[in-house]
Design a protein around this ligand. Sequence first.
Ligand SMILES: [Mg+2]
Length: 274
Amino acid sequence: MTRPRLIIFTDLDGTLLDHDTYDWTPARPALEKLRQSQVPVVLNSSKTAAELNALRSEMGNTDPYIVENGAAAVIPAGYFAHKGGDGVDEGEDETVSFAAPRSEILAVLAELRAQGYVFDGFEDMTAEQLAEYADLTPSVAALAKQRLATEPLVWRGNGIDMSGFRQALEERGLRLVKGGRFQHVMGPYDKAQAMRYLTRRYQEFYGEPVTSVALGDSPNDRQMLEAADIGVVIRAAAPERLMLSDQDNVMYSDRKGPQGWNECVLTILAGKGY
Ligand SMILES: [Mg+2]
């Protein structure tokens, strides 16, 4: 049997990383098998490029990655080196942006705060305050504050006010998307759009179709999981489970976070002839 060419796209918090400890090592067996099989693992997260780079070097990951809920895809220098070379700059990472700059979001948030909405965004917190709230080290929190195009925030008002806030954002062309720990204010793109873009790039590079496998645990992963050829819903730390509308080619993990990730990826690899 010819096995399909797989590309893994994965959320981090609560999916490849444990919700509380941020540990990815329970997924090491599956990651090692993917590496041996030369299956790329594209991190697709609400995290910043600075945070993802720190994690990629810790994991030994050299594949492209998607930052800030799909705001941009970053392709490492020379990764898709064209056969024969046709003027592609080999020296620099390629950043493909799908978003307007963060300054536009911060301007809208300042306007809404003046109208009485109460929230704390990353911009409003020092690295120390963010570290305390999200249980990060101050140095990691500082990386999380280096944002390109999205603003995560902690909502301090009530539920009714949040509906008004959400509507006010939508009137300004922005969205409020729930992640594992924060509400993310972002433009009208999502993790799926950047995944589709990179899938196309892989197909061009390989000259053959690829099979995308996406893993996630939260509502901000929904579009990515539904757009992938195979969607894997990892059991979340929160009690409510993400349910996809289309049940074809969907897998639900029994275990949470990286343990669930490990089991599901090994199952898929075995099923596809790896
Ligand atoms: Mg998550």
